[in-house]
Design a protein around this ligand. Sequence first.
Ligand SMILES: *[C@@H]1O[C@H](CO)[C@@H](O)[C@H](O)[C@H]1NC(C)=O
Ligand SMILES: *[C@@H]1O[C@H](CO)[C@@H](O)[C@H](O)[C@H]1NC(C)=O
Ligand SMILES: *[C@@H]1O[C@H](CO)[C@@H](O)[C@H](O)[C@H]1NC(C)=O
Ligand SMILES: *[C@@H]1O[C@H](CO)[C@@H](O)[C@H](O)[C@H]1NC(C)=O
Length: 234
Amino acid sequence: MMSRFIWLSQLFYLLLLLHFQLTSSSSSSFSSSSALLQVPLKLSQLSQLTSLDLSHNGFVYLEESFMKRLVKNLTKLRELQLDKVDMSLVSVRLIPASLENLTKVTEIFLKSSNFIGHIPRSLSFLKDLKYIDLSNNNFEGKIPNFLTIFTKLIEVDLSNNQLTSQISEFHRSNSLQILRVGNNKLYGSIPKSISNLANLIDLDISSNNLSGIVDFDKRTKLKYLQDLNLSYNS
Ligand SMILES: *[C@@H]1O[C@H](CO)[C@@H](O)[C@H](O)[C@H]1NC(C)=O
Ligand SMILES: *[C@@H]1O[C@H](CO)[C@@H](O)[C@H](O)[C@H]1NC(C)=O
Ligand SMILES: *[C@@H]1O[C@H](CO)[C@@H](O)[C@H](O)[C@H]1NC(C)=O
Ligand SMILES: *[C@@H]1O[C@H](CO)[C@@H](O)[C@H](O)[C@H]1NC(C)=O
C-alpha cells in the first residue's frame, strides 16, 4: 500500500514536471529543446520509482546524462518503457555500464527508438528479465547470451534490426512464450532446442539466413504454438 502511494505521488510529481516543462517550452521557441531535456534529469531524483514509462512521446528525447543519472538513482526500477523515445543521442556504449545496476528490471521496452550499435552485453546481468522489446531499431552484431540462458523470459522481440548472429541452444527451462527475431541477418542452424520451448505461442524467425528444421515431431512440445513464421530463410 505504502509503496503504491509513494509511486503515485511520484507519478504525480512527474506529470507536474512534464506539464511545467511542456508549457514553458511551448511559450518559448520550440527549438529550445534543452527545456525538454531537463525533465528526465529531474526524474532521476525519484529514487523510489519502480516503473518509468515515457513511451510514445514524439517530442521527448533522452540524452546521455539522463541515462547516467537514471542508473545511479533508480535502483528500484522494474519497468523501463521508452518505446518511440528518440535515443539516438544516447551512445550505445554507455548503456552497457548503465544496465548492470538496474538488476531489478523485468521489463524493457525500447521499440523504434533509433538505437544504433550492439545490444549491450550487460543485459546478462538482468536475470529477472521477463519482457524485452528492442524491435525496429538498428541494433547490429550478436545477440547477447541472455536470450538462450535466462529462465524467466516470457516475451522477446528483436525483430527488424541488423543483427548478425547465430542463435545458440536454449536452456531447458526457458519460459519463452513469444520469440520474434524476424527481419535480421541471423545465420546458421535453427537451434534444435527451439522445439523444446513448451510454452511458445508465437515464433517468428522470418527473413533471416537461418537453415535447418523446426522439429514438430515431439508431440508433447510446442503444443501452444499459434503463430509460426519461418518464411524467407535459406
Ligand atoms: C538521487 O536522488 C536523491 C534524492 O532522491 C537526490 O538528492 C539526488 O540528487 C539524486 N541524484 C541524481 C544523480 O539525480
Ligand atoms: C553501479 O553501482 C556501483 C555501486 O553502487 C557504482 O559504484 C557504479 O558507479 C554504478 N555504475 C553505474 C554505471 O552507475
Ligand atoms: C512472415 O514474415 C514475412 C517476412 O518477415 C512477412 O512479410 C509476413 O507478413 C509474415 N507473415 C505473417 C503471417 O505474419
Ligand atoms: C547465408 O548463409 C550461408 C551459410 O550458412 C552463406 O554461405 C550465405 O552467404 C549467407 N547469405 C547471406 C545473404 O547472408
